[in-house]
Design a protein around this ligand. Structure first.
Ligand SMILES: [Zn+2]
Length: 594
């Protein structure tokens, strides 16, 4: 772990270590009146253990969301007191308060309001009938002390408002508790009017699905989503021979303007989607990715991230494992659970290969450091798709070297047992030793040097052959739309508009249905891909063309910039007549059986 000496950078030399505190309790008030002013009211109470100053901080980020957001910037009306008398205080830095005048054994109360107006899975958000927050947003901690102290939380809300969180009830809602600060802040909370349903995914293991706003997930979609979660939990648990939670909670917000995506927690996940996305195939992939994190990163984690620090960035060169290999297992889990099939799995791998070819050559170890600075060279987030490909390649290499007796599953399981279960993170040596042992002692030094720390292209022809698979490419000219879409009987329903893409420049908005472009009427084709052939014969080169769309039932006409791009299609398919060994590896990969 890299340490940033924050205090040393500041001109004031005030004590950075807090007096010890104990008996920590947080009262959180979220009701119709706080929601109306888009605030959450917080009151922290504790006993102070010495006469020294009390130094309290709010986190700068939420683990899993590797971006510095500085939650202290949303605090107002900060007011510490003892027995109703105000305590003197001043700020030590932009996220830390120093309180003086309290004495050993006294009970201190610290009150403040938190501005909850941002729809982002790492922050807090309110509507008139709802509030969502992360513990990292609200729960002050004593600076310079460890994080292994228990705390309790009481949530005060309006009559009829529900509470949903992965936090343990203590003893019963609206009272909750956690044994340490890490768990306390890793349980986001929904309060208000929402739907909730659950499924028994394995004996003794429930998955709950919580959805805001109420009614947006209709019974048909609710049944389908619960069916997915029911299948995913045991398949993902099978990798580790363990399901570490009794109840896992999926907290979902559907809003017309989401950031889009999910955030993992140790026994829950928060997802932000648009209502239109309920029909998109990627949704099961989002849930399975975030759920797999309950093993990979929330428990099995690089040593750089153990323990979490909250006051500054915590970079690691291993996000390609924490995120990329999590993505790989989400593809596997969807296939092995029967939600999708092997063709969809191979298609996903092929899409990643095609996508990586468009991005600058980037080492996974370097890319893993990057989310903190959000690079501008086009490589942002490459550790997801390329990390998934690295996982796939390692899996096939291990299966081949061990004659299909071992796999990446075994590597993940071994590290889970030998590092997480022993209370520590995995080191580079732990990782590569586990990989090498699974592969019968084969050295992976060159693989690491070339493909993880280096920028060499992956040798797909030889790697895919290990599982009797073959990659082919073709190229077509397509009209670029710059949208995400869902099928619609009237045309193409636009679920997302890429900023500055062709559709954006034509004035198309999310929710519109594209009816026609030139003489091509989209409802005549089963998909946009199928309509591309007609677009190629309609337009020979880049041009401007009339389009029509439906917006809220009204017809809209405009001009669309028709721009062609050459689309390199990558396809992966089983090779007929593969060797017996390759066919066995392929079967085991697809089914998750040895
Ligand atoms: Zn993730």
């Amino acid at each position: 772990m890299r340490r940033f000496a924050l205090a040393a950078l500041l001109p004031v030399a005030l004590p950075a270590q807090s007096a010890p505190i104990s008996d920590v309790h947080y009262d959180v008030t979220v009701d119709s009146s706080t929601a109306a002013r888009r605030d959450i009211d917080v009151s922290m109470r504790f006993k102070v253990g010495s006469d020294a100053p009390i130094v309290l901080s709010l986190p700068a980020w939420s683990p899993g969301h590797y971006v510095l957001l500085w939650f202290a910037r949303r605090v107002s009306h900060f007011a510490p007191s003892v027995n109703g008398k105000p305590l003197d205080w001043r700020m030590v830095d932009y996220q830390t308060w120093r309180l003086t005048g309290a004495h050993t054994g006294q009970r201190v109360t610290v009150q403040f309001s938190y501005r909850a107006d941002t729809i982002d899975r790492a922050v807090a958000w309110t509507k008139l009938d709802f509030a969502f927050f992360n513990g990292t947003n609200l729960f002050l901690y004593p600076k310079g002390q460890d994080f292994d102290w228990p705390a309790t939380v009481t949530i005060h809300t309006s009559p009829g408002w529900r509470i949903a969180t992965g936090m343990d009830a203590e003893p019963a809602p609206p009272n909750f508790g956690a044994k340490n600060y890490h768990d306390l802040t890793d349980s986001p909370v929904f309060v208000g009017h929402f739907d909730i349903d659950s499924t028994l995914a394995a004996p003794g293991h429930y998955v709950r699905f919580v959805s805001y706003p109420a009614g947006v997930v209709d019974p048909t979609h609710m049944t389908r989503i619960l069916g997915w979660l029911n299948k995913l939990a045991p398949v993902e648990g099978a990798v580790f021979h363990d399901i570490p939670w009794r109840t896992y909670t999926v907290l979902q917000i559907a809003d017309a303007h989401p950031n889009g995506g999910g955030l993992e927690h140790h026994d829950s996940q928060t997802d932000e989607i648009a209502p239109d996305w309920l029909d998109l195939p990627f949704l099961a992939g989002l849930y399975s990715h975030e759920m797999f994190h309950s093993w990979n990163v929330k428990r099995l984690r690089p040593a750089d991230l153990v323990p979490y620090r909250y006051d500054d960035a915590q970079p690691t060169q291993w996000l390609w494992v924490s995120e990329g290999i999590t993505d790989y297992y989400s593809y596997l889990a969807n296939m092995r659970s029967g939600i999708s099939d092997s063709a969809a799995f191979l298609d996903r791998i092929a899409q990643n290969i095609a996508g990586i070819a468009q991005q600058p050559p980037t080492a996974l170890a370097d890319a893993s450091l990057q989310p903190w600075i959000d690079p501008t060279d086009g490589s942002a987030g490459i550790y997801y798709p390329k990390g998934a490909l690295a996982g796939f390649m390692l899996d096939l290499m291990i299966r081949d070297a061990s004659d299909n007796h071992h796999s990446l599953d075994g590597v993940m399981r071994t590290l889970y047992e030998t590092t997480y279960k022993q209370g520590k993170g995995f080191t580079p040596t732990n990782w590569w030793t586990a990989v090498s042992q699974a592969a019968g002692g084969r050295s992976f030094d060159a693989v690491n040097r070339r493909f993880i720390e280096g920028r060499d292209p992956y040798p797909w022809d030889s790697v895919l052959a290990l599982a009797g698979l073959k990659l082919t490419t073709d190229s077509t000219r397509d009209v670029r739309f710059g949208i995400q879409l869902a099928p619609d009987s009237q045309g193409i329903r636009v679920t997302y508009v890429m900023p500055n893409g062709a559709a954006d420049r034509a004035g198309v908005k999310q929710g519109d249905v594209l009816v026609s472009l030139g003489n091509v009427v989209f409802s005549k084709y089963p998909s946009l891909d199928a309509a591309q052939a007609a677009l190629r014969s309609e337009f020979s080169a880049n041009t401007q063309a009339p389009y029509s769309a439906l917006r809220a039932g009204q017809t809209l006409n405009g001009t669309f910039p028709v721009e062609f791009r050459t689309n390199v299609g990558v396809h992966i398919a089983p090779v007929p007549g593969a060797s017996d060994k390759a066919a066995r590896i392929r079967h085991a990969l697809f089914t998750g059986t040895p």
